[in-house]
Design a protein around this ligand. Structure first.
Ligand code: ATP
Ligand code: MG
Length: 255
């Protein structure tokens, strides 16, 4: 049975997608079977894995709102053990459509994921930067949450709002859910601020913070425009080395 992990932080641009996609790629390259589900209407995880089409009719939107069978929405990527359910422009409307569902609107994705859990080792859900129904569906569908946090001055701001959402989901919808890990991203080991924010986050999340930190690295930002995870774009750059190490730490801790 797959371990289902949501990559979530309602703050935008903190490295959710970069972490989700590159961790998924390195774990798949280590021989495990991994599925990425792109729950963000921006579709960044889809393009980062080579799917730039925004009007495809076999996307997560059709699975959530049009009864497309989840299995037929799964696409192969360039990496052998790595699969994806892509996002599309329509997904922006799913938030409103799901809101009309009277019973169980928070659990539509969970129900779909249940059908395919047996086929993968990990299912990674890339969340949008918001706490709406798409994110709540992702939280209900997962066993645990990984929170990427950018080491900058306002890093902790808004985090309590997300922790509260996770608490509410845990209380009313999914008692098993917890924060499984925190990834420090865009980390500059020479900057005093990065270190200070890093130790604040260590205090806040106690032993949840992964010891591998992700440095700012331009190759990580370039790779998505070629539709490739960094493993296929530049496997030697500092960002690649960090995500590879994080994948090892992650697979050890989260099984
Ligand atoms: P959103 O909230 O919009 O979904 P996000 O949290 O998923 O954003 P990303 O898309 O992963 O964040 O990253 C935001 C931007 O920063 C992207 O352009 C990405 O390529 C770049 N980026 C992410 N991590 C790094 C890094 N470690 N070094 C350099 N650039 C990075
Ligand atoms: Mg993103």
């Amino acid at each position: 049975m797959a371990k289902v992990i949501s990559f979530s932080n309602q703050k935008g641009g903190v490295g959710k997608t970069t972490t989700c996609v590159n961790l998924a790629a390195y774990i798949a390259l280590s021989g495990k079977k991994v599925l990425v589900v792109d729950m963000d209407p921006q579709g960044n995880a889809s393009s980062a894995l080579g799917f730039f089409e925004r009007t495809d009719k076999k996307s997560v939107y059709e699975v959530l709102c049009n009864n497309l069978s989840v299995g037929s929405a799964v696409k192969k990527t360039e990496i052998e053990n790595l699969f994806i359910i892509t996002s599309s422009n329509n997904l922006a409307g799913a938030e409103l459509e799901l809101a009309q569902v009277v019973i169980g609107r928070e659990r539509v994705l969970e129900e779909k994921i249940e059908e395919i859990k047996a086929f993968y080792d990990y299912i990674f859900i890339d969340c949008p930067p918001s706490l709406g129904l798409l994110t709540v569906n992702a939280l209900c569908a997962c066993d645990g949450v990984v929170v990427p946090i950018q080491c900058e001055y306002f890093a902790l701001e808004g985090l309590s709002q997300m922790m509260n959402t996770i608490k509410l989901v845990k209380k009313f919808l999914k008692p098993e859910i917890s924060v499984e890990g925190v990834v420090l991203t865009l980390y500059d080991s020479r900057s005093k601020l990065s270190k200070e924010v890093g130790s604040e986050i260590d205090k806040f999340f106690a032993n949840k913070v992964f010891s591998v930190k992700i440095p700012r690295n331009v190759r990580l930002a370039e790779a998505p425009s070629y539709g490739k995870p960094v493993a296929l774009y530049d496997n030697k750059c500092a960002g690649a080395v960090a995500y590879k190490a994080l994948a090892e730490e992650f697979s050890e801790k989260i099984k």
